[in-house]
Write a protein that binds this ligand. Structure first.
Ligand code: HEC
Length: 101
């Protein structure tokens, strides 16, 4: 009995480990899901908030840097941009750029 249970337990532990990482491709990198609440990931959703899906990653990064420094006026983005460092912003920008326009 013990010989049967042990491998089962080990594989259950292994399966629990990388489960979180498997979510990344679908939802984008960490932080991206906090953007899509306002910036729809596709043009199917029509809203007053500028669409950033399909935009150039470099453009999105530039906006985020300017919002963070306050160089570019904003209502909410200044506060939001401050929550992400350059590396996180880069990953999020690349993900949005890869989404259908
Ligand atoms: C609470 C809603 C909200 C969230 C969350 C949000 N944004 Fe925004 N975003 C806006 C609004 C509104 C604007 C227009 C500028 C302003 O008023 O702040 C904007 C503007 C932008 C722009 C400039 C687009 C353009 O063409 O002018 C970029 C790029 C951007 N957001 C990226 C992001 C990223 C990346 C995230 C996630 C880290 C994010 N936003 C999260 C509401 C949001």
């Amino acid at each position: 009995m013990g010989r049967v249970l042990l491998p089962a337990l080990a594989s259950a532990v292994l399966a629990a480990g990388p489960a979180g990482a498997a979510d990344v491709p679908a939802n984008g990198p960490p932080g991206a899901s906090s953007c899509t609440g306002c910036h729809a990931p596709s043009k199917l959703a029509d809203s007053a908030i500028p669409r950033i899906a399909g935009r150039k990653a470099a453009d999105i990064e530039t906006f985020m840097r300017e919002y963070r420094s306050g160089a570019w006026p904003s209502s909410v983005m200044g506060r939001i941009a401050k929550g992400f460092d350059d590396q996180q912003t880069q990953a999020i920008a690349a993900w949005f750029a890869a989404q259908p326009e």
